[in-house]
Design a protein around this ligand. Structure first.
Ligand code: SF4
Ligand code: SF4
Length: 208
């Protein structure tokens, strides 16, 4: 597969790359394109997009290309790239940053389910202080099913329920599904941390 040629756009470069570096805490300018990260990324081959190339796009100021990048939405945050990188660049943190930036820019997520997964995960973590699988999966499934109902897609609803039942059974067999309700003691502290983070997001939305 031939990938499109990247074009260097000087005027766009500093602001976008600097924002990504500041928000992700990753020094992408240290990347020398050795591609060691690419060799270990579990999703790169499937989507024809690798961490080194995403970094190159950011340095070149390709904002649209980076925010709509399949790697951003398919990255499983395994951090393999970061452990292989001689410069310690964690692309998993960069993909999280870009997802957040896409959300702030009101872009439709490239993979809507990833957004719903993230929202359900955060809602459960905020509520209990830790993620409860039943609550988290319930919230996530409710969103997906509502989406299928809106589209009058009966088959989609049935497929969704079957797929999640299979996942639930597989997780149960591996003792990864907890039916009890566990909460951390000081949930107000977790809520406080979420509040700080939400306020920071709002500040980014308003700009300098
Ligand atoms: S391993 Fe590090 S330096 Fe090498 S291409 Fe990947 S991010 Fe860049
Ligand atoms: S953290 Fe994301 S980009 Fe890095 S190796 Fe894992 S899936 Fe690939």
């Amino acid at each position: 597969m031939t990938l499109p040629r990247l074009v260097y756009e000087k005027q766009k470069t500093p602001s976008f790359a600097e924002e990504v570096m500041e928000r992700s805490g990753q020094n992408i300018m240290a990347c020398y394109q050795c591609k060691k990260c690419a060799a270990g990324c579990p999703v790169g081959k499937e989507i024809s997009m690798t961490p080194d190339r995403l970094i190159r796009m950011i340095i070149f100021g390709d904002r649209e290309g980076a925010l709509f990048n399949p790697l951003v939405w398919r990255c499983v945050s395994c951090y393999t790239c970061g452990t292989r990188c001689a410069n310690g660049i964690q692309v998993g943190r960069i993909t999280e940053t870009l997802k957040q930036m896409a959300r702030e820019s009101k872009y439709e997520p490239l993979v809507p389910r990833v957004k719903e997964f993230h929202n359900a995960f955060c809602a459960s973590a905020k509520h209990m202080g830790r993620v409860n699988e039943m609550e988290f999966m319930g919230l996530y499934e409710m969103k997906n099913i509502l989406h299928e109902i809106k589209n009058h897609n009966l088959k989609g609803i049935v497929d969704e329920l079957l797929e999640q039942a299979k996942t639930g059974i597989a997780m149960g067999r591996k003792k990864r599904m907890h039916f009890g309700v566990e909460r951390v003691r000081d949930r107000s502290e977790i809520k406080r941390l979420f509040k700080i983070s939400e306020e920071q997001d709002e500040q980014h939305l308003m700009g300098p």
